[in-house]
Design a protein around this ligand. Structure first.
Ligand code: NOJ
Length: 567
């Protein structure tokens, strides 16, 4: 396996509007990040990924870019951005920017020009189609549904055609069939790399190629009627071109968000020969509670283990992926798979152990290192996220598909806003995030859960993450080892080994809120503990049985206990 710098890196994701507000307008900003770089250094992460900071009308919090070569004035200025990168580099922290290449904002000058007339020079930068005739009616070219609700096509009066938008009508899709448009994107990438950034996280990159038939119609691939159509026919061709034109000329990391990609797709996207991306952000483990987001289904541990095993084994030596539990699109992991209350710290550290010993590059989402939880949003007016607000409109107000109570319950479990409440820095007003009221409510548990309280407390979630990161830096086995799942059928324990050059690690995680016992596999005595999330793990030996079986070492795990042994 090649040794690229990003393989044993640890990425810290910053959701800029919610990280740190330096100027008191209630919105996080670049100078705020600047002041917190030492915190990230102290944690040990060596890469930061910033959510989009380009100019944007913020319909989707920056994932609707109106000028790719600018900094959103809400977040700061270009000199402030440059200063921040410089300081990050001086601390040994690399900076990764989000790049939204699938779509722009309708406010982007390209789109304004494109929609201005049918024979505009930039018409073909976007995906325009004539209405379809259905009897006497004119309807959209196909029946695709947008991710944020409603049809994926919006009719434009002026030119009498529809434009495609896989997300919201504010986010028209770029036409990747157009080589001139592609070259523009590559130029913009070079612009940012020239400012010294160290890579890109490529937003929904698996969607840039749309399935077209010979007549140029957009079609669902046979039998594959999905909301969005990922992994289109030319996606690898485009990424190889992007790689040749841009990535291959720099020593950077490229992280592709690939919704719907399988292991075999990933082997193409993030192959070890480096002709496309460095790694992907896969979704299969996050989508185990159902294809449809608004539900209170729980993720089943057996499914979770099956999926991780498939990815760990399937990518080993072939491709690379991000390891994550949390990001700005997912609810908080302690609230999802752990325990918000009595066992919050235990479950947060157990989940971290489970993830951080796998193969891949770990991503920590701001506040995850403190065990931050979902927020107690009680009312639709508490929400800010376009996806959540639209879903509420569609499923409660327009269709009555769900009662208000049910929908609010699902949202409290799954809304993206759970991740977007302000970072909890200390127990002062607004959690030390801002001097004034933030754009989204602060989770009231900040008086108890905050960075200041955890930074110097032995046994805190923060301290635990610090240790996990340190171990990854020190031990090649965590980055390069192979993976074997044990006890695949156990409903509460997630147990696996990593092996590398005669060494072995055994990772044992208890996903239940009760004690569990585990018989150690041959070669492990239970004595050599690398890390554990409490000191009550007792290894004991089974007694000599009447049949004369030899005593064997067992471990007794406390609720949400986690322990890693080495051999
Ligand atoms: C994925 C991003 O992570 C999400 O926040 C955004 O809404 C969509 N892509 C659309 O850009």
């Amino acid at each position: 396996m090649t040794r690229d710098w990003w393989k044993n890196a640890v990425v810290y994701q910053i959701y800029v509007p919610s990280f740190c507000d330096s100027n008191g307008d209630g919105i996080g900003d670049i100078n705020g990040i600047y002041t917190k770089l030492n915190y990230i250094k102290e944690l040990g992460a060596n890469v930061i990924w910033l959510s989009p900071v380009n100019k944007s009308p913020m319909k989707d919090n920056g994932y609707d870019v109106s000028n790719y070569r600018s900094i959103n004035p809400q977040f700061g200025t270009m000199p402030e951005f440059d200063r921040m990168i410089k300081k990050a580099h001086s601390l040994g922290i690399k900076v990764v920017m989000d790049f939204v290449a699938n779509h722009t904002s309708i406010e982007h000058s390209w789109f304004k020009e494109s929609r201005s007339q049918i024979d505009s020079q930039l018409r073909d930068f976007y995906i325009w189609r004539k209405p379809k005739k259905e009897g006497k009616n004119l309807v959209p070219p196909n029946d695709w549904i947008a991710w944020f609700g409603g049809p994926a096509w919006t009719y434009d009066e002026k030119t009498g055609e529809y434009f495609l938008h896989l997300f919201s009508p504010h986010q028209p899709d770029l036409n990747w069939e157009n080589p001139v448009m592609r070259e523009e994107i590559y130029c913009i990438m070079r612009f940012w790399l020239g400012r010294g950034i160290d890579g890109f996280r490529l937003d929904v990159i698996g969607h840039i190629s749309k399935p077209l038939n010979s007549k140029g119609e957009l079609v669902f691939p046979d039998g594959n009627e999905r909301l969005l159509v990922p992994n289109g026919p030319r996606v690898h061709e485009y990424l190889q071109e992007m790689n040749r034109e841009v990535f291959s000329k720099y020593n950077i990391v490229t992280i592709g968000e690939t919704v719907g990609a399988t292991v075999e797709d990933t082997v193409k996207y993030a192959n070890s020969d480096g002709t496309e991306l460095s790694m992907v952000i896969g979704f299969e483990h996050m989508d185990l509670d159902g294809d449809f987001k608004w539900t209170d289904n729980k993720i089943n541990l057996l499914d979770l283990k099956y999926v991780f095993e498939k990815w760990q084994m399937g990518l080993h030596g072939r491709a690379w992926s991000a390891l994550y539990w949390c990001n700005h699109d997912q609810p908080r992991i302690v609230s999802r798979l752990g325990d918000n209350y009595e066992h919050r710290e235990k479950s947060a550290t157990m989940l971290a152990t489970c993830l951080h010993f796998m193969q891949g590059t770990p991503f920590i989402y701001q506040g995850e290192e403190l065990g931050m939880t979902n927020a107690p949003f009680a009312d639709i007016n508490d929400y800010r996220d376009i996806e959540s607000i639209n879903a509420y409109k569609i499923f409660v107000e327009e269709s009555n598909h769900f009662s208000k109570e049910d929908m609010l319950r699902f949202m409290q479990l799954k809304s993206r806003d759970n991740a977007r409440t302000p970072m909890q820095w200390n127990s002062e007003s607004y959690a030390g995030f801002s001097k004034n009221e933030p754009w989204i409510m602060v989770n009231p548990n900040y008086t108890e859960i905050n960075a200041e309280e955890q930074r110097n407390r032995p046994g805190s979630v923060f301290k635990y993450y610090q240790k996990l990161i340190q171990l990854r830096k020190e031990m090649d086995i965590i980055t390069y080892g192979d993976f074997e799942l044990l006890l695949a059928e156990h409903s509460d324990l997630f147990v696996y080994t990593r092996g590398y050059q005669n060494k072995k690690l055994l990772v044992v995680c208890n996903f239940s809120n009760e004690e569990r016992t585990f018989l150690l596999p041959p070669g492990f005595t239970g004595k050599n503990i690398l890390i554990a999330n409490d000191d009550t793990h007792r290894t004991y030996t089974t007694e000599l049985s009447s049949q004369g079986y030899r005593p064997k070492p067992c471990v007794n795990l406390s609720p949400y206990g986690a322990v890693v042994y080495r051999r």
